[in-house]
Write a new protein. Structure first.
Length: 159
């Protein structure tokens, strides 16, 4: 029969092993780069909307944020399409700096006009609702992806 000092010692040892494993995993995660990518729709407004500012055309935003503790150098970005196709976006076309050092607690946002994107997708033979996944690549070869977004080509071509 087991005595209480033996059981207590075993439980304390088990607790210590679990706590040590958790700390090792947390330290490993902290050392790795952490980039979150999102894709969303929106508009840019020139001037204040309260005093007659004008809204631009509908845009598709691809944004990367860094909730980690290490700076990550973003080296390319774009959209993943069906059949393993990729559409790379050029931040220089919008006058934005790239590659970009994404510091902890900061974000970087690139955009493309929804109608322009719909036109590109149509040229690639994609029609109707297309699933898009935004991505950013870093300088050491990691790829960070967003969740899927449904993009209706016909809706944006009509505008």
């Amino acid at each position: 029969m087991l005595e209480w000092p033996t059981v207590t010692t075993a439980l304390v040892a088990l607790y210590g092993a679990i706590l040590s494993s958790y700390n090792a995993l947390a330290a490993r995660k902290e050392k790795r780069p952490q980039v979150r990518v999102s894709v969303s729709f929106g508009v840019k407004v020139c001037g204040s909307p309260l005093i007659g500012g004008e809204a631009g055309p509908p845009l598709l935003f691809v944004e990367a944020s860094n909730p980690g503790r290490r700076t990550v150098t973003l080296s390319s970005l774009g959209l993943l399409l069906a059949k393993k196709r990729q559409l790379f976006l050029d931040p220089h076309s919008e006058g934005m700096p790239f590659p970009y050092d994404l510091e902890p607690g900061k974000s970087y946002r690139m955009w493309v006009a929804a109608s322009r994107l719909a036109s590109w997708l149509k040229q690639e033979g994609l029609q109707g609702k297309v699933k898009l996944v935004g991505f950013y690549d870093d300088a050491v070869g990691n790829r960070y992806r967003s969740r899927k977004l449904s993009f209706n080509c016909e809706k944006w071509l009509a505008k």
